[in-house]
Write a protein that binds this ligand. Sequence first.
Ligand SMILES: [Zn+2]
Length: 270
Amino acid sequence: MQKNLLKLILVLVVISFVAVPYVILAPERAREKAEEERLFKEEIARTTAEKKTYLLGKFDPSVWPDFVQIPFEYTVARTKMYLRKETYASYEKMRNEALKSDIILNIASAARNFDYQKMLWNNKWNGITLVEGQKLPEIFPDELERFRKILEYSAAPGTSRHHWGTDIDINGADSIYFDSEKGQKEYAWLHQNAWKFGFCQTYDQKGPNRASGYNEEKWHWSYLPLSVNFTEEYKNLIKEEDIKGFLGEEYVPSFNLINNYVLSINPDCV
Ligand SMILES: [Zn+2]
């Protein structure tokens, strides 16, 4: 009987050694776990916010890591322009290859951040920049129609692939140039060879494969090894309410800009 009592006491002593600290420390452990979860969520929110900032072009490519300045002699207007390093490296290889066929591929436009795109957009909106030789406020007093007209060739700030440093306009940015003999020859070369360097004509002819979006742009090429990923991130992270901060922003919901424009690209470029 006494033996049993002793056994019981021994068991109780062992249990108390194990259980008491466990019970005492439980709230502390719960606090630590909650703190870990909070930090993890904060980290996700921070990286998501950083990605969104990038995708919306709200940064300065001239000081952003992984961007390089394009040599002046490779730019159409001899201006300061920037690209992601990888985009530039592949463009340079493509340029050298084209030179062997006496084709010169210069860059008319490269990375454009939100502020730059906003300037282009607002100037078309208020008539400072002429569109097809006309001031848009005069021929489109209806602002919704004016918005639609600018969208034929221009992205609203925050929705341009030029924000990402992966997209370039080559030798010009209008159909008249690419209808010329010189433009046709250059486009034929690009059409045949650009894919070998990772470039894809983002806005091909509209039709069954691309029902909506910008008109065909023979000059606009995306560097797929980077842009495919940014397109996917844009689709997942950017919401319509993120697209704002320019003239006419109140018409954004009328156009379903993300689906009908940002994501309405040549299926080969996805
Ligand atoms: Zn472009």
